[in-house]
Design a protein around this ligand. Structure first.
Ligand code: B12
Ligand code: SF4
Length: 656
C-alpha cells in the first residue's frame, strides 16, 4: 500500500517490505509446499497490518511510500530474483523480513537469508526460534551467530510497539545486528489487529477462514513450553471493540467468518467474557454467522459460564492441552493443572454444549512405552470419546525449559533443527529402540483415525458440526497417513521444486526427477482413491438425513410393501412392459432399461446405507473378470459414479 502525500520536485522514496513465512525441508531436502494450504499464517497477517499502520501514520516521513508484499513459502515459490531486482532502483529500498520463524523452519529461513544477503538486501529475522533460543540459552547459539556474521538482523521478542523504529533504521540502512524487545512486551490492547489479505487466502483450501490472536501469554509453567519464556506468563489482551470492528470488516469485505483464535490459552484471556459477549452480539444482533475454534486448558470447563458462552458465541471446536493421561508424565512435565480424574467431566462439559473436542497429545514422556501409547489411544476413544486428537512427539523446543536443561546437561539431541517439528525423533528415549517411538507415533494416528472410530464420532456429531469434523478427518488422514507428516504442516497436493533443494542434497537431473515424481504421483493417486472411497463410505453410513428424506424413505418402503402384497406377478410384468412402452427410444436390453429407470428410486435407498454391496461386486468382478455380467458392470459403474457425484456435491457444499 502507498501513502498519498507528494513532495514536489524530487523523487519520492519507496520502501518495499517483503514479509516471508519460510517453510521447512522434508527428509529428502525438498521444500514442503502444497498446491493448497490449510492454515494461513497469523504472523504474516500481523506484520502486514503493522506495516500498513506504519505507512498510515507516516512514521518513516511524509515523502516515503511504503509497500508490503507477503509470501508464504508453504504455498507458493518465493520469487527471489524478482525481489532482488526490486532493490536496484536508486529511490527504492527492499527489506526482507523472515517472519514467525520456528526452529524447524530455521534452516530454510537461513538458506533464504543467505540468498538475499548475497544479493545485497537488508534482511531481518524474527519469531520463536531466535526469540526462544536467545531467551534461555547462554550467549548466542552458533546458527544465529552465523546469520549475524552474514549481516542479518536478528529480532528477539514482539514488535507491535517498535516495528516503525525498525523500519526507520532499515530505511536509513542503519540496522543493528540484534534488537532485544523481550523485556518490552507490547501492550496489545490498541494495536492493529492481524488483517488477512483476500489474495493470500485464495492459496488455502478454505478461503473464508481467518486467524487472529486475541491475547498472548499463559499463566501455567509446563516444562516443554516455549510460549511462557517468549510471550510471558502475564496475559496481554486485545480490545474486544477493535476485534469486533475487524470481524465485521472481514465479513463484509472478504466474507470471512470462520476463525482460529490462535491464543495459546483462550481460557486465561482476562477479557474472554467481553470477547464472547461481543461475538454473541455479532451473531445474534448483526446476523454475522461467526464460528471459531480456540485453544484451552483442561480446567477451562470449571470457569463459570465459559463453556456456555463459548457455545452461544459460535465456538465449534476446542483444542485442549491434554498432553497425557498418565499422571506421572504430567508431573514430569510440570503440567500440574492437568488432573486426569477431571478429564471425563471436561470432555462431557464441552460435549453437552455441542462443541467438538480435539486434544493435543504428546508421546515420548518419561513413562511412555509402546504398549502405553496403544492403551492411551484406546482410552481417548473409549473412555473419553474425544472427536479428534493431534499427536506430537516430545521435542525439546528451543525456548523451553526442557531444551535449556538438556543443553546445559549436555544430553544428546538431534543437531538438525529441521527435525524440531514434533513428528521426528529428536531425543533418545530409554523405553524405545531407535525408530520405535516414530513407529508407535505413526501407529497411534492409524489407530485413532480408524474407520470404526471416525464412524462412531460422526454418527453422534452435532449436525452443525458434522462437516467440520468430516473435513478435519479428511485433512488429518491425508496429512498423517498419506503424506506421512503432520496435519499442522501439510496441506493438499504436495509440490516439489526440483531446483530448490536443501544444501547438501544434489539437484537431480530432469529425467530422474520426472520418473521419481511420476512414481510418487501414481502411488499418491492410489492412496487418494482409497481415501476418497473410505470417506464416501463414512459419509454414507453417518450422513445426517433431513426430515423430508426420512419421510420419503418411509413412504417408499410402505409403497413397496403394498405393491408386493397386492400385485400379482402378471400385473408386475404388465407394469414393466408399460415402462418399456413409455421409453421406446432406449434400445438396450429391457432389464438394463428398467434398472436405469429405477436407479434414482433405488439410489434414495442406497444412499442411506453403504456402498458395501458395490464394493463386494467390484471385488468379485476383479477376481472373476470373465464371469462378470456386462450389464451389471455398467449398472454398478453408473451407481458408483452417481454416489461419488452426490458425495462430492455434499462435500463442496460445506463452506467451513
Ligand atoms: C497458531 C499456531 C500454530 C498454527 C499456525 C497458524 C498460523 N499459521 O498462524 C498451527 C496449528 C498450524 C501451528 C503449527 C505448528 N506449530 Co505453532 N503455534 C501457533 C501459536 C499458538 C500462535 C502463533 C501466532 O499466531 N502467534 C502470534 C504471532 C503474531 O506471534 P509471532 O509469530 O511470534 O510474531 C511476533 C514476534 O515473534 C515478532 N516477529 C515474528 N517474526 C518476525 C520477523 C521480523 C523480521 C520481526 C522484526 C519480528 C518478527 O513479531 C510478531 C508480532 O509481535 C504459537 C505460539 C505463540 N504464542 O505464538 C505456536 C508455535 C509458534 N508453534 C510451534 C510449533 C512447534 C508448531 C509446529 C511445528 C508443531 C506441530 N507439529 O504442529 C507446527 C508447524 C507448522 C507451521 N508450518 O507453522 C512452536 C514453535 C516453537 C519453536 N521453537 O519452534 C510454538 C511457539 C508453540 C510451541 N509449541 O511452543 N502453530
Ligand atoms: S498450558 Fe500450554 S501454553 Fe500454558 S504453559 Fe502449558 S503448554 Fe504452555
Amino acid at each position: 500500500m502507498r501513502q498519498n502525500s507528494k513532495a514536489p520536485g524530487h523523487k519520492r522514496k519507496q520502501i518495499v517490505v517483503v514479509l516471508i513465512k519460510p517453510s521447512k525441508y522434508d527428509d529428502e531436502g525438498y521444500v514442503i509446499r502444497h498446491f493448497r494450504g490449510v492454515l494461513p499464517s497469523n504472523t504474516l497477517a500481523c506484520l502486514s497490518s503493522l506495516t500498513q499502520d506504519v505507512a498510515r501514520r507516516e512514521l518513516l516521513g511524509r515523502d516515503v511510500d511504503i509497500r508490503v508484499e507477503i509470501y508464504d513459502d508453504t504455498v507458493q515459490p518465493i520469487p527471489i530474483k524478482r525481489i532482488l531486482r526490486s532493490n536496484r532502483l536508486p529511490f527504492r529500498r527492499t527489506i526482507v523480513a523472515l517472519a514467525g520463524v520456528q526452529s524447524n523452519q530455521f534452516p530454510r529461513a537461513a538458506d533464504l537469508a543467505r540468498k538475499f544477503r548475497e544479493g545485497g538486501l537488508q534482511v531481518l529475522i524474527g519469531g520463536f526460534h531466535v526469540s526462544g533460543m536467545l531467551a534461555l540459552s547462554p550467549g548466542i547459539s552458533p546458527e544465529i551467530q552465523e546469520l549475524i556474521d552474514l549481516g542479518v538482523t536478528v529480532v528477539k521478542g514482539e514488535v507491535e510497539e517498535t516495528w516503525g523504529d525498525l523500519l526507520r533504521d532499515a530505511a536509513e540502512e542503519n540496522l543493528r545486528p540484534i534488537y532485544d524487545f523481550l523485556d518490552q512486551k507490547p501492550n496489545l490492547y490498541e494495536q492493529p489487529i492481524p488483517m488477512i489479505q483476500r489474495e493470500y487466502l485464495k492459496k488455502f483450501v478454505i478461503s473464508n477462514f481467518g486467524t487472529i490472536d486475541c491475547s498472548r501469554g499463559c499463566p501455567f509453567n509446563c516444562s516443554f513450553c516455549t510460549i511462557i519464556n517468549v510471550q510471558g506468563r502475564e496475559m496481554r489482551v486485545r480490545s474486544p471493540e477493535l476485534l469486533a470492528r475487524t470481524l465485521r470488516d472481514n465479513y463484509r469485505l472478504n466474507k470471512i467468518y470462520f476463525y482460529f483464535f490462535t491464543d495459546d490459552n483462550f481460557a486465561r484471556n482476562s477479557s474472554w467474557r467481553e470477547v464472547f459477549q461481543m461475538l454473541i452480539g455479532l451473531r445474534e444482533k448483526e446476523k454475522i454467522p461467526i464460528q471459531f475454534m480456540i485453544q484451552v486448558d483442561t480446567q477451562s470447563h470449571k470457569i463459570p459460564d465459559f463453556v456456555s458462552l463459548a457455545s452461544r458465541a459460535g465456538c465449534s471446536q476446542v483444542f485442549i492441552g491434554m498432553e497425557s493421561i498418565n499422571p506421572e508424565n504430567l508431573k514430569a512435565a510440570g503440567k500440574m493443572q492437568n488432573k486426569v480424574q477431571d478429564y471425563r467431566e471436561l470432555i462431557s462439559a464441552w460435549h453437552n454444549a455441542k462443541i467438538a473436542t480435539h486434544v493435543a497429545y504428546i508421546f515420548g514422556f518419561p513413562f511412555d512405552t509402546p504398549e502405553s501409547i496403544r492403551e492411551d489411544v484406546r482410552r481417548l476413544q473409549n473412555e473419553l470419546g474425544v472427536e479428534q486428537a493431534s499427536f506430537f512427539m516430545l521435542t525439546p523446543l528451543p525456548g523451553s525449559r526442557d531444551h535449556a536443561r538438556m543443553l546445559q546437561d549436555g544430553e544428546p539431541m538431534s543437531p538438525d533443527l529441521n527435525e524440531y517439528d514434533s513428528f521426528h525423533e529428536t531425543i533418545r528415549h530409554p523405553n524405545f529402540a531407535p525408530g520405535e517411538l516414530q513407529a508407535s507415533y505413526r501407529e497411534a494416528w492409524k489407530n485413532f483415525y480408524s474407520f470404526d472410530y471416525m464412524r462412531e464420532v460422526l454418527a453422534r456429531a452435532n449436525p452443525e458440526n458434522y462437516w467440520n469434523i468430516f473435513c478435519d478427518f479428511l485433512w488429518y488422514k491425508n496429512s498423517a497417513l498419506i503424506e506421512g507428516g503432520h496435519p499442522m504442516i501439510h496441506g493438499f497436493f504436495r509440490l516439489k521444486d526440483r531446483t530448490d533443494r536443501r544444501p547438501g542434497f544434489a539437484v537431480e537431473s530432469r529425467l530422474r526427477h520426472f520418473l521419481k515424481r511420476f512414481r510418487e504421483l501414481r502411488s499418491l493417486a492410489r492412496s487418494w482413491a482409497s481415501l476418497v472411497l473410505e470417506m464416501e463410505e463414512l459419509w454414507l453410513q453417518t450422513r445426517k438425513r433431513s426430515e423430508a428424506e426420512i419421510r420419503l424413505l418411509a413412504e417408499i418402503q410402505r409403497l413397496r410393501q403394498e405393491v408386493n402384497r397386492n400385485l400379482h406377478s402378471a400385473e408386475l410384468q404388465l407394469a414393466h412392459a408399460r415402462v418399456r412402452m413409455h421409453f421406446p427410444e432406449l434400445r438396450v436390453p429391457s432389464r438394463l432399461a428398467l434398472a436405469l429407470r429405477n436407479l434414482n428410486f433405488r439410489m434414495a435407498k442406497r444412499v442411506t446405507y453403504s456402498r458395501a454391496d458395490l464394493q463386494q461386486f467390484w471385488k468379485r468382478a476383479r477376481t472373476k473378470t470373465l464371469l462378470a455380467r456386462p450389464d451389471k458392470v455398467v449398472l454398478n459403474f453408473l451407481k458408483d459414479v452417481q454416489l461419488f457425484l452426490l458425495f462430492v456435491r455434499e462435500l463442496a457444499r460445506t463452506e467451513t
